[in-house]
Each structure stands twice: as C-alpha cells, then as structure tokens.
Design a protein around this ligand. Structure first.
Ligand code: G3I
Length: 455
C-alpha cells in the first residue's frame, strides 16, 4: 500500500515520481521545521552556548597570570560566556596602599572577557579576608570610611563593565550560631553590609549587587537561614540588593544536598536573583554536577553557574580534582553531564518580579547611554524597553540572538541589517524611551545594546 500525506490531492503517479515527491516533501518539512517551529533550537555544543539558549550564563573564575597559557585560553574562549577574576578584584589587589588603586590585572581579565562577548562578575568589594595590611590594621570609623571609599572607587572604575558585583563576601559565621562573622568590618557596626550595598548602588546603578557566601547551600543550616533573614530584611527596608551568590564549594565535609534547589528557590522568592558563583565538587562526580545545573535551571531567577577554575590544575583545591577539565585540558565526565543538563533544561516561564537591567555603558564624549530593561513576558515572546540618556537625537543599535526575531517596535524608527538580527533604532520625536517585542523562537537570551550615538 502506498502512503499518502494528509491533504495530498494530487493524482497518483508512477513509483519513481512518487519517490521523488516523498523525498522533496521530507526535505521541505525538515527545512521548515528547523527554521520556524518553536522549540527546535539546536542544542548547544559548549557550556556557554548551551546556557545562553536557556537564558543563562556559564562562567569560570579566571586568573590573569594564566591568560598567557594557550591551552587555558583555548578552553576559556571556547566554553565560557562569563568570567569572575579569581583574585584580581579583591581589596589587596585593587588598593594595595590606601588611596592608591591598582587595576592592571583586573583590567586584563575584563578586557579579555568583554572583547570576546563574555560578561564579567566582580569579586569582591568588601571582605574580611585578603585585605591589604593597611586595612587589616584599621578599625572603627576610619575603617568604615576606608571600606566605603574602596567600594565607591572600585565600582566606579568598572562602571558599565561588570554585570554583577559580589559587594560583600562571607560575612556570616559557620556553625550553628547564625551570627555575623566577628571581623574588623563587623566591629565598625552591624549596618556595614547595607552601607556597602548603598555605596555600590550609587557608584554603579546598572550592576546587580550580590551578597556572596559559602556553606549556605543546605536549606536547614543556621548560616543559610541567617543569610536568608538578612536578605528578607534588606528587601523589606529597601536596601539595594539584587542577588545572592552561592559559592557551592562541595566536598566530603560540606556535600551537595538535595534541598539545594529549595534553597535557591526560597531565596529567589524573596525577590532577588540567585547565582552559583564558585562551583567545584571534590572528585567531580558527574551526577552531582548534573544535579547542581538542573537545580539552577529549575529556578527561573537562577541566572547562571560559575565554576571556580577551568582545569583541575587551576583549582585552589587541585588535589581534590574538582573541576570539569583535567589538568591536560581534557573534558571529564562531569563536563558531559553539565552539557547534557544544560541542553535538556527547560526555559523559565515565570517572569522576574523586578526586571533586571543591563548596565549602562559609560558614554564617550559625543555619544549617549542606552539602558535595556526587561518588560512583559509571554509564553512565546517578550518586550524590552530601552531608555536613552545624554542625547535627544539618538541612534541605538540593538542585537537579538537568532532564531529570535523582533516582531514589533514603538517610539522609534527602526532599520535592519541583512541578517534581520541587528536593529538600528533612531529617535522619531517620541521621547527617549523606545520598546520592542522579540519572538523568542525557543531562545530567551536578553537582547544586547551594542551602541548609542548622538547625532
Ligand atoms: O600571587 C602570589 C604569589 O606571587 C606568591 O608567590 C604565592 C605564595 O603563596 O601566593 C600567590 O598568591 C596566592 C593567590 O591565591 C594567587 O594564587 C595567595 O597566597 C593565596 O592566598 C590566594 O588564594 C586564593 C584564596 O581565595 C584566598 O583567600 C585563591 O586563589 C582563590 O581561589 C580563593 O578564592 C576564594 C574566593 O575568593 C571566596 N570564596 C572562597 C574561595 C576559595 O578560598
């Protein structure tokens, strides 16, 4: 019996002609499916690309001293779309002498990342550890002022280049007390953390501001609950906090636990983003790596995962071989598990409660600043709003990620490049805020502002 496609009303023909018709129909169906059917976006083949398809990032800690290692940078450039300087933005690195700032190594990493389209997490502005000697010996109001000045100076220096800052790192005790860590910063007054967040917001209003800590993964632990209570308090009083970082250094003494997803979702329900910021797992068990990634993907406000180094030999815990690549740079089983988890993951459907913003770029003379903000989101599309400052006659270039397509715009005059993915929007007298609708076509990556020029 000869099968016929439903709806095929053409007269029956001979066997060779029928074969040709069937093959042509199959080819057409394959082509149109790949191009137009929702949910058929190809699975990524690298960590960063696969994470981006889910609207997330996959990052790594980077050491400036390793950027001259070709094996290291080959993996970095191929696999990751976010970086965190491992030590180069810490207080001892950026302000080695009081009032004398040193940004060379940090800038090396920032430039490497941003010139390749990777985003940067800043780590960290205020911390009891890795303080330079001058700060370690300070106390009281002098230390408070010095800390706030440090936050202001460093966040200002990198304004527009850092997507999220670990503003305060590791401020709580381990164990069952749930108390603040007894540090020189804590002794300046219990409000030192919120003071640091306010200073960071003033210095870089476009960056997400995170609190970052370790041993806060287990929802039942006193330290986790203590940080949760602080974030809830901050949100209720309007302290500018946008995100919480979970370092997630898992080992035999501090293992991954199945309530990790509960921890991430509980913090997210407070109205903050959550990020896995320093992931490494003793022995790199593939199943545990997979679980961590699946937990992040299950929480709409989990923005991404950062592993704390690339190869085992790059790890602060090298002897535990806790990373995704072995010391020769070869992919381990954990790598395959992470990639599979990213490719099988679902796209979040619940919109963020407070729309995240992309940081404004610092405009050179004669240009302007364009800030993109997420707006309404539906099952198949989402709106974005761009606010322009610094010019009334502006031209803003925005790119969407294929297979996304812009389906509607307002308050501007758009033109398109030949790919249809890069939109040049010009002011049309409707003010300094324009918007557009993007058909996701299975990809929920946020559109990117490429430039803003005043004419
Ligand atoms: O660069 C110097 C080198 O010149 C010197 O010869 C050598 C001698 O010890 O030290 C080198 O500096 C070391 C630095 O890493 C760079 O390798 C420091 O001693 C060492 O203390 C420092 O360790 C870093 C550690 O933070 C310090 O607390 C690790 O690389 C870094 O991975 C680790 O990262 C922290 C996060 O910031 C916060 N969460 C925990 C995580 C792991 O401890």
């Amino acid at each position: 019996m000869t099968e016929r496609c439903q709806g095929d009303t053409r007269p029956r023909t001979g066997p060779r002609a029928r074969t040709a018709i069937v093959l042509a129909a199959a080819a057409l169906l394959a082509a149109t499916s790949a191009a137009f059917l929702p949910g058929t976006a190809s699975a990524g083949t690298t960590l960063g690309a696969s994470a981006a398809e889910k609207g997330r990032y996959f990052g790594t800690a980077v050491a400036a001293s390793r950027l001259s290692d070709g094996n290291y940078t080959t993996i970095l450039n191929r696999e990751f779309n976010s970086v965190t300087p491992e030590n180069e933005m810490k207080i001892d690195a950026t302000e080695p002498q009081q009032g004398r700032f040193s940004y060379g190594a940090a800038e090396q990493i920032v430039n490497h990342a941003r010139s390749r389209g990777m985003s940067v997490r800043g780590h960290t502005l205020a911390w009891h550890s890795q303080q330079p000697p001058w700060m370690e010996s300070m106390s009281g109001s002098a230390l408070r002022s010095a800390m706030l000045n440090h936050v202001t100076q460093v966040a200002t220096h990198f304004r527009g280049q850092v997507v999220a800052w670990d503003v305060v790192n590791e401020a709580f005790e381990d164990g069952t007390s749930g108390a603040r860590r007894n540090s020189n910063l804590q002794r300046t007054g219990n409000d030192w953390i919120e003071a640091a967040f306010r200073a960071a917001r003033a210095a870089d209003p476009g960056a997400k501001l995170c609190y970052n800590d370790y041993n806060t993964d287990n929802w039942t632990h006193a330290k986790t609950q203590a940080v949760y209570n602080m974030v809830r308090d901050f949100k209720s009083r309007g302290v500018p906090i946008d995100c919480v970082g979970f370092q997630s250094h898992f080992n035999n003494d501090s293992p991954y636990v199945s309530n990790y997803r509960t921890t991430l979702s509980s913090f997210a329900a407070l109205g903050v983003d959550v990020q896995v910021t320093e992931l490494d797992i003793q022995g790199a068990p593939a199943a545990t790596y997979r679980s961590v990634v699946e937990d992040c993907l299950a929480v709409a406000r989990c923005n991404g995962v950062t592993v704390w180094g690339i190869r085992d030999s790059d790890s602060w815990r090298a002897s535990q071989t806790p990373l995704l690549f072995n010391s020769s740079g070869q992919k381990k089983a954990a790598y395959d598990a992470v990639l599979a988890a990213l490719n099988n993951g679902t796209t979040p459907t619940d919109p963020p409660t407070t729309p995240p913003t992309t940081p404004p770029t610092t405009p050179p003379a004669g240009s302007c600043t364009a800030t993109l903000q997420d707006s309404t989101r539906w099952g198949d599309r989402f709106n974005s709003q761009v606010t322009v400052s610094g010019a009334s006659n502006w031209t803003v270039v925005v790119a969407v990620t294929p297979p996304q397509k812009v389906s509607n715009t307002w308050n501007g005059s758009p033109t398109w490049d030949s790919s249809g993915n890069v939109m040049t929007m010009r002011s049309n007298g409707s003010g300094n805020v324009f918007g557009f609708t993007t058909m996701a076509n299975g990809t929920w990556t946020r559109p990117v502002v490429r430039s803003c020029t005043a004419s």
